[in-house]
Design a protein around this ligand. Structure first.
Ligand code: ZN
Length: 203
C-alpha cells in the first residue's frame, strides 16, 4: 500500500482519469468522470455536516452527496469521493461482506498549511485516516482544477485582484477558497494571499 503519494503522482492519476473519461475541458464534466468510473451518484437528505459517502459493494460503486449543499460543494465532494475510490479502495477495511464505506464530514481543503487535527476525521463508521483525506482532497483539486488549465488561465489574469480569483473559480466550477488554495499550491500566488485552511469545499 502506497502511503503519502506525492502531489505529482496524484496529479498524474487524476489526469489519467480525466483522459479515460474524455473530460479534458473546463469546467470538468464530473458526470462524465463518474460514468467512466462506473459510479452512481445519489443526492440524498443527510445530516448537514455530512458532505458525502462512498460505498463499494461488489462491483457497485455509489457516491451519496448531501443534496442541500451548494453545487460547487457537491462537485468537490463527488470528486473527493472519487479520490477515495481511485486511491484508497485497495487499502480500505472491509466488513464481513467485503463492502467498503467512506464517510466524509466537513471535508476540508487543508493540504496547504499546517497539520490538521486528526480528530476531525475520527468519525464513526468511517475508516479513513488524515493522510487519505488529504490525498482525496488533492485528487479532487487535480480533477476539478487540472494544473495546466489553471496555470494557463491564471497567466491571463491579474491574480492580485480578488475578482479575478472569483472569475477563475467560477469558470472551473469550484469555490473561491478551493481556487485560492490551488493557486497557492501551484505557486501562482504567494501563500500569504487568500484564505487559510477553513472549510474550502465550496459552501
Ligand atoms: Zn474523505
Amino acid at each position: 500500500m502506497t502511503r503519502n503519494r506525492n502531489p505529482a503522482q496524484i496529479e498524474r492519476l487524476a489526469q489519467d482519469v480525466l483522459r479515460q473519461a474524455g473530460a479534458l475541458t473546463i469546467p470538468t464534466d464530473v458526470d462524465k468522470v463518474v460514468e467512466s468510473l462506473r459510479v452512481r451518484v445519489h443526492e440524498e437528505d443527510m445530516e448537514s455536516d455530512v458532505s458525502g459517502v462512498l460505498i463499494i459493494k461488489g462491483d457497485q460503486r455509489h457516491v451519496l452527496v448531501n443534496k442541500e449543499h451548494p453545487s460547487n460543494r457537491k462537485r468537490f465532494t463527488v470528486a473527493h469521493e472519487l479520490g477515495h475510490l481511485v486511491l484508497h479502495d485497495d487499502e480500505a477495511e472491509r466488513d464481513e461482506s467485503g463492502n467498503r464505506m467512506f464517510i466524509d464530514r466537513q471535508i476540508r481543503v487543508y493540504q496547504r498549511v499546517g497539520e490538521p487535527s486528526s480528530a476531525v476525521y475520527k468519525q464513526e463508521g468511517s475508516m479513513t485516516d488524515v493522510w487519505q483525506e488529504r490525498e482525496a482532497n488533492a485528487f479532487a483539486a487535480c480533477l476539478l482544477m487540472p494544473a495546466h488549465h489553471v496555470t494557463r488561465a491564471a497567466l491571463e489574469r491579474d491574480l492580485f485582484d480578488e475578482l479575478s480569483v472569483a472569475s477563475l473559480a467560477k469558470s472551473f466550477g469550484v469555490s473561491e477558497q478551493a481556487m485560492s488554495i490551488r493557486l497557492q499550491q501551484l505557486k501562482l500566488v504567494s501563500p500569504d494571499l487568500g484564505s487559510s485552511d477553513d472549510d474550502a469545499s465550496g459552501a
